[in-house]
Ligand binder design. Structure first.
Ligand SMILES: *Cc1c(COP(=O)(O)O)cnc(C)c1O
Length: 355
């Protein structure tokens, strides 16, 4: 192993790369990881020096708070390669800001920019061979933080570990996505942690998600927990509705995650002259629009799939099918956003950042 000491980050390089053993044409999302990971520990009230080292298992105490109280947060973002082999990030400042908001909500220390952003750029640069050219090919970046301090007393840890791991990904056709509108379970509640990318939000969805899948639905449209009358998110994505010629998406709140894809789509739609309104859509409104034919599209928006069109929804034992639309607004916006990410279109918003 070669050891390099950059200004702020130690780098211990892997002796060999496993890249040649990876079948980049047949990747399942989030299963393969690159040769290195970034690790930075927080102890005695301060962050230590980050290190990038070979991807490997590590040991923490069985009583570590992450195992018992789920004190854990994460981010999800991507790196893209353009036609000239340059590697780009998409609005990474937004992910860093959101990560630190999640940290505050979970009583965890914020990660300073020189660790989050410089660490991210350094490890992506080191792994740039893992970012493949061509639309749909990305390197999925997963920064996360866990409470590693030991002791089963229910209070915030005093020790944390911030890490970044990287996984090559390929866009894939998910098949038809049918959704069911939540009438009982909730993803988030006022005063809760729904606006944070906190680990527990996701495990809490697994059971209702499983029930939905057993009924033949790929995803749940979450409604507000108090009344189940307002449409809020689609699984782990923000959700958009097109009724007549207007797009609608709910305003962010304590129950709704402030998605980078969501806000980019809002800005893109505005600049393209697509009518868009940020306001809550009611379940009754959606059902009425489906019945009178004014409901044109529903789609989820998030980093993993960018845009995920929905073909129909179930509510109170009734299934409503959406019209099949050529050149949908969902796919037009996906195309525009993707072209900016891969540097195939002018980035007038200044969203892309070179590694
Ligand atoms: C991550 C996430 C999103 C999408 O956010 P992006 O920044 O667009 O990836 C939406 N909803 C939930 C619940 C999420 O966890």
């Amino acid at each position: 192993m070669t050891s390099i000491n950059t200004h702020e980050i130690d780098i211990v390089k892997a002796k060999t790369s496993k890249i040649d053993s990876v079948d980049f044409e047949n990747l399942t999302f989030g299963n393969v990881f690159t040769d290195h990971m970034l690790v930075c520990d927080y102890k005695d009230g301060a962050w230590e020096k980050p290190i990038i080292k070979p991807y490997e298992h590590f040991m923490i105490d069985p009583s570590a708070k992450v195992f018992h109280y789920g004190q854990a947060i994460f981010e999800g973002m991507k790196a893209y390669k353009d036609e000239n082999d340059e590697v780009w990030l998409f609005r990474p400042d937004q992910n860093m800001e959101r990560f630190n908001k999640s940290a505050v909500r979970m009583a965890m220390p914020e990660v300073p920019e020189h660790i989050f952003m410089d660490g991210l750029k350094t490890i992506v640069d080191l792994e740039r061979n893992w970012v493949k050219k061509g639309i749909g090919n990305t390197l999925y970046l997963r920064p996360f933080m866990i409470a590693v301090g030991s002791g089963v007393i229910a209070q915030p840890s005093t020790q944390y570990r911030f890490m970044i791991i990287l996984s090559p990904a390929k866009s894939y056709y998910q098949g038809e996505v049918k959704v069911i509108i939540a009438e009982h379970y909730s993803r988030a509640a006022n005063g809760g942690i729904g606006a944070a990318k906190a680990a527990g939000n996701y495990s809490a969805q697994f059971y209702p998600q499983k029930l939905a899948q057993e009924k033949g639905f790929q995803q749940i449209i979450w409604t507000d927990d108090a009344t189940h009358t307002k449409l809020e998110e689609a699984g782990t994505m923000n959700v958009f509705f097109k009724i007549n010629d207007t797009l609608y998406t709910a305003p962010t709140s304590e129950r709704i995650l402030d998605g980078v894809t969501r806000k980019s789509i809002i800005d893109l739609a505005k600049s393209e002259g697509i009518k868009i309104e940020v306001r809550s859509v009611l379940v009754d409104e959606l059902v009425a629009a489906a019945k009178d034919g004014s409901l044109k599209e529903i789609f989820g928006a998030g980093t993993a799939a960018v845009v995920s069109p929905i073909v129909g929804f179930q509510y109170k034992e009734h299934y409503y099918e959406l019209p099949k639309i050529e050149n949908s607004t969902a796919l037009q916006l996906k195309d525009k956003l993707t072209k900016i990410q891969y540097k195939l279109a002018d980035d007038k918003f200044g969203w892309t950042v070179k590694v």
